[in-house]
Ligand binder design. Structure first.
Ligand SMILES: Nc1ncnc2c1ncn2[C@@H]1O[C@H](COP(=O)(O)OP(=O)(O)OP(=O)(O)O)[C@@H](O)[C@H]1O
Ligand SMILES: [Mg+2]
Length: 252
């Protein structure tokens, strides 16, 4: 099986600082692949190398077997790779619907689309993300959970095949977290492959099929949630000893 996304020895340096160091990975079609690690580990930087916001200093990134290392974000988006932002960035003075319509115009297959098609697609996405009732609200007036869902909705409207989620759970309460986890599962079940960065262990261990761990730019582990949660290197670098005493139960 060809991996949907592959990174081969990816390096990203900013002057003297190497934020991502020789990281290789594969994301298989249809999986939920988690990415965890301490603050400053290079998670967002790796996402930016994949989407083309940053051009990797060395190494290669392949999407469906084709190299995308040097593409720009609008090119990777048209191919089917879209991300959400850690700090959500809606167009504040536009309505929820218009924010999502922008995504519909820019994504896969919409180059010759009509406004009514973009509107229909945007409404479908708003139903899916349970924001349809707020379609005409201004983005600036949304609560944090709704803004997080809008960020997902804007990305979804581009019709991604691979969706990179950067901390979409952070800041949500437990009930809202469960709703977001359920939404992520539904996205995967609808055929979208998910690559997600998350600090909320309850969410990422629960929903991921496999997880990769970065620390100071280095890949230090990869495996099932159970494997990484009990890996001494991961406990030392990130999870802490308290976590090791209370590993997640099967199915959690
Ligand atoms: N544009 C940039 N210029 C210089 N340094 C940068 C730039 N972007 C990121 N860095 C640095 O790269 C390192 C990795 O940052 P990154 O944002 O990728 O971490 P992260 O794992 O996403 O952390 P967090 O969990 O806090 O979001 C940090 O030391 C950061 O300061
Ligand atoms: Mg980050």
């Amino acid at each position: 099986m060809t991996a949907l996304l592959e990174g081969h020895n990816v390096v990203m340096s900013f002057g003297g600082l190497t934020a991502v160091h020789d990281v290789s990975f594969q994301v298989q079609p249809g999986e939920i692949f988690g990415l965890i690690g301490p603050n400053g580990a290079g998670k967002t930087t790796l996402f930016r190398c994949i989407t083309g916001v940053y051009r990797a200093t060395a190494g290669k990134i392949l999407f469906k077997g084709h190299e995308i290392t040097r593409l720009m974000p609008h090119d990777t988006c048209v191919l089917g790779v879209t991300n959400t932002h850690q700090i959500v960035k809606p167009f504040q003075d536009m309505t929820v619907l218009d924010n999502v319509r922008v995504g519909a115009f820019f994504g896969r297959g919409w180059a010759r689309g009509e406004v009514k098609d973009a509107t229909r697609e945007a409404m479908r996405v708003l139903e899916f993300t349970r924001l349809a009732g707020k379609a005409h609200a201004l983005a600036r007036n949304l609560t944090l959970p709704d803004r997080k869902r809008l960020e997902v909705a804007r990305a979804l409207a581009t019709r991604p095949e691979l969706l990179l989620l950067d901390e979409v759970v952070a800041g949500l309460n437990p009930t809202e977290t469960d709703m977001m986890v359920e939404l992520i599962r539904q996205l995967r079940d609808s055929g979208i492959t998910i690559f997600m960065v998350e600090h909320v262990m309850r969410a990422v261990l629960n929903v991921s099929d496999r997880i990769m761990v970065l620390s100071y730019g280095d890949k230090i582990a990869e495996g099932t949630p159970r494997q990484v949660a009990s890996d001494p290197k991961v406990i030392e670098a990130y999870l802490g000893k308290g976590f090791a005493n209370q590993p997640p139960r099967a199915g959690e």
